[in-house]
Design a protein around this ligand. Structure first.
Ligand code: ACO
Length: 416
């Protein structure tokens, strides 16, 4: 297996996606707007328009994911996470010298204060979820940054770059501390993806693992007004600080309806055990009205383009790893089963979280770390969008419809 095989798989996934969809954007959601916007709202802010953006676009009907005009297939095949993060933050692909300058900054910012490593050692990381440790650690980083509270675009851009660099250092350290191992300090000679794997495992990764992690980080970098991005932006819109905003984003991403689904998928697949058990397991899940993790999406009503790429990568890595081979076969059977029942009727297909866990598992990463990997990537989208919004900030402040009583006579406690 070579890193080039991954490029080929992504190119093939792009061809397949192109054959199944056309090149015309879905009408709506791509034009300039006049405020106030009229929209039909569903629960959970479905259909709500919060802002305009030039950062990224998800076309749910066609299964497109675009960052700054570039489709995710091209970026996953040809770009690097560093270049993609630059693109999201600064709105253009960098020149060679811009990219070198950005890389130098990321490398310089990879180091975190010793006190934060010490703090991680005091947390019960063997029992708590690594996303909780990540939130604590990001919050701690804010305490050590003298400039944390200056809510200007310029200052917060610098903090965004720091956080993009340091999220990987924190996640790497948490992966080790929770297993009783000493954190590994960043290696400035490695790429962002390579160094992240190195800090998690303590070993310099091979080219294939580095390439796969890089593609995974690119694919998870941004995704519209998803729950964690929105959460980050809401907190930042009060002119809080970027660290606090990102801590909130981490809390949101942790949930199993959002980023936490990648971990939950793996446990489901392990519970199912083998492809033969899929039918009965799914029938039981349906009877109990349980959601199948890794399927469905608020926006995609077509196949998630990220799953189009991660599926074949999962197949590639699983074919060489006996432990993961059965998980992959079970996943394929589950996809067939869920799509045959819910695909046409409810437009439910695998989402990004369905195959990512198999990929990470085959790379030797424990399931609890899957969602932190997501955060290591999504920090770029969170901060890019929070910064874009900050440039023309307005406090987020929706309303709820009050359906309780409006006139109650106060009864003293003795009378109740
Ligand atoms: N399994 C079974 N049925 C599903 C699933 C699923 N995974 N997802 C949606 N449905 C069904 C619902 O039961 C509902 O059916 P009904 O109309 O008969 O009541 C219908 O599809 C609509 O579902 P909602 O929950 O209203 O859709 P919503 O837009 O709120 O949910 C969500 C989107 C949360 C992602 C949902 O599909 C889900 O829970 N999926 C499983 C968790 C998951 O994989 N999350 C990761 C999403 S990607 C990401 O955040 C990175």
């Amino acid at each position: 297996m070579s890193a080039q095989e991954v490029d080929e798989l992504i190119a093939q996934a792009a061809i397949k996606a192109k054959q199944e969809t056309d090149d015309e954007p879905e009408p709506g959601l791509t034009e300039e707007v006049e405020w106030p916007v009229k929209a039909s709202l569903g629960r959970g802010l479905e259909g709500a328009i919060s802002n305009t953006t030039k950062i990224g676009y998800v076309n749910g009907a066609k299964g497109w994911l675009i960052y700054r005009g570039y489709n995710c297939f091209d970026l996953a095949e040809k770009s690097s996470f560093e270049e993609t993060a630059y693109l999201l933050l600064f709105g253009k692909l960098p020149t060679q010298s811009e990219l070198s300058g950005f890389n130098d900054k990321l490398i310089a910012y990879r180091n975190i204060p010793d006190e934060v490593y010490q703090l991680l050692n005091t947390l019960p990381t063997d029992k708590s979820h690594p996303m909780s440790a990540l939130a604590t650690a990001v919050s701690a980083l804010g305490n050590f940054d003298d400039n944390a509270d200056e809510a200007t675009v310029e200052n917060e851009t610098e903090i965004a770059i720091k956080l993009i660099a340091q999220m990987a250092t924190l996640a790497g350290a948490i992966a080790r501390v929770r297993n009783g191992e000493k954190p590994v300090r960043p290696n400035p000679a490695l790429s962002h993806a390579g160094n992240f794997l190195y800090m998690m495992t303590g070993k310099t990764p091979d080219a294939l693992s580095e390439r796969i992690m890089d593609a995974a980080l690119i694919l998870h970098a941004d995704h519209g007004m998803n729950a964690s991005t929105f959460t980050t932006m809401v907190v930042n819109s009060s002119l809080s600080d970027m660290y606090s905003s990102v801590v909130a984003g981490i809390g949101s991403l942790k949930g199993s309806l959002h980023g936490g689904a990648n971990e939950a998928v793996l446990y489901d697949l392990e519970e199912i055990g083998s492809p033969e058990n899929v039918k009965s397991w799914f029938a039981e899940a349906r009877a109990q009205k349980r959601k199948v993790m890794g399927f469905g999406h608020r926006v995609y009503k077509a196949y998630d383009p990220r799953a189009r790429i991660l599926g074949p990568i999962a197949e590639l890595v699983a074919s060489k790893d006996p432990e993961t081979k059965n998980l992959y076969a079970t996943a394929v059977a589950l996809e067939e089963q869920v799509c045959s029942v819910l695909g046409a009727e409810k437009k439910i297909f695998p989402n990004v979280d369905f195959y990512s866990g198999i990929v990470y598992k085959a790379m030797g990463i424990e399931p609890a770390m899957f969602t932190p990997i997501f955060a290591v990537s999504r920090i770029s989208g969170w901060t890019a969008r929070a910064l874009e919004y900050l440039a023309d900030n307005r406090l987020f402040r929706p309303r709820a419809i009050y359906v309780g009583p409006v006139k109650q006579d106060y009864e003293s406690i003795e009378e109740r």
